[in-house]
Design a binder for this molecule. Structure first.
Ligand code: SF4
Length: 148
């Protein structure tokens, strides 16, 4: 899912690895706001103020096929420590203080496992890790620390 915005700090992190990065600016469309509201229901009502109509947000560049430019034959080519927060969280998310699994047709692990403990183990992450990354993402995107 590439609707997620790229904050300035995330962009700077990637630029340290790829100085040629040029992030496209996307308009804060209704579809984008709906997507963000789905991700952050606790921010409903506040999101239009954070992502005003008529203004834009940056996102990762994609190929003509719609794939992230950093997707290589064996997965992401970015070193883990500089990937965007959303990527570091995927396929996990936090909603109403609960860790959930995002439904994704492209995640093979999600297709094989539906139980949270086994998926966390498959990705080699803990609940604490997920909560921490989610908080870092919220802070970077200017969404405060609620909901974790
Ligand atoms: S994990 Fe890597 S390839 Fe996938 S969207 Fe994030 S930056 Fe792009």
């Amino acid at each position: 899912m590439y609707c997620f915005p790229l904050s300035e700090s995330e962009e700077e992190r990637i630029l340290s690895f790829d100085p040629g990065l040029v992030c496209p600016e996307e308009l804060n469309s209704l579809a984008f706001l709906e997507c963000m509201t789905h991700l952050f229901p606790d921010m409903r009502g506040k999101l239009p103020g954070i992502f005003p109509t008529g203004e834009g947000h940056k996102r990762l560049p994609v190929t003509s096929d719609g794939y992230c430019i950093y997707l290589g034959a064996n997965g992401c080519v970015l070193p883990r420590n500089i990937r965007p927060w959303y990527c570091l969280l995927f396929p996990f998310w936090v909603r109403n203080r609960k860790i959930i699994i995002q439904q994704s047709p492209v995640c093979l692990a999600c297709k094989k496992m539906s139980a949270l403990p086994s998926l966390l183990a498959a990705f080699g992450v803990t609940r604490e890790y997920v909560r921490h990354k989610y908080l870092q993402l919220r802070q970077a995107w200017g969404l405060g620390t609620g909901g974790a």
